[in-house]
Design a protein. Sequence first.
Length: 134
Amino acid sequence: DEALPYALEGLSIRQNLLPTGHMEVVASMGIVGNIYDAQSKFTQALDMRVQSLDLIGQTLGEKHPYYAILGCVVGYLRIAVGDYDQAISDLLIASTISEKKFSADHPRTANCNISLGLAYLKVNDNQSAFDVLS
């Protein structure tokens, strides 16, 4: 609880001093998102991570490895808030990018696919969950 005000203040300072999309701003958003996540405030964490993902997409492009990493986090948070269909969409994109930028058997791709499998299970699509996890 004590870290959040400082993290929000740091984010505000960086947003005021640095250009939009600067990696220090994105990093500060990540810190705030992590704090919200640790506090089980998944809606706020999701909002912060979606903003980060949008900035990464604008500055580094939607094919950048960091976009895949953040896309997987966004997908995981969408599962946490119960938005399973959008989670599947986000995780499919993130998984595809991750496979291309890392590899199909890379741990980041595996983590993304585990979240994707979970999202499929949440919508009772057992066959898709089996396919992505096997």
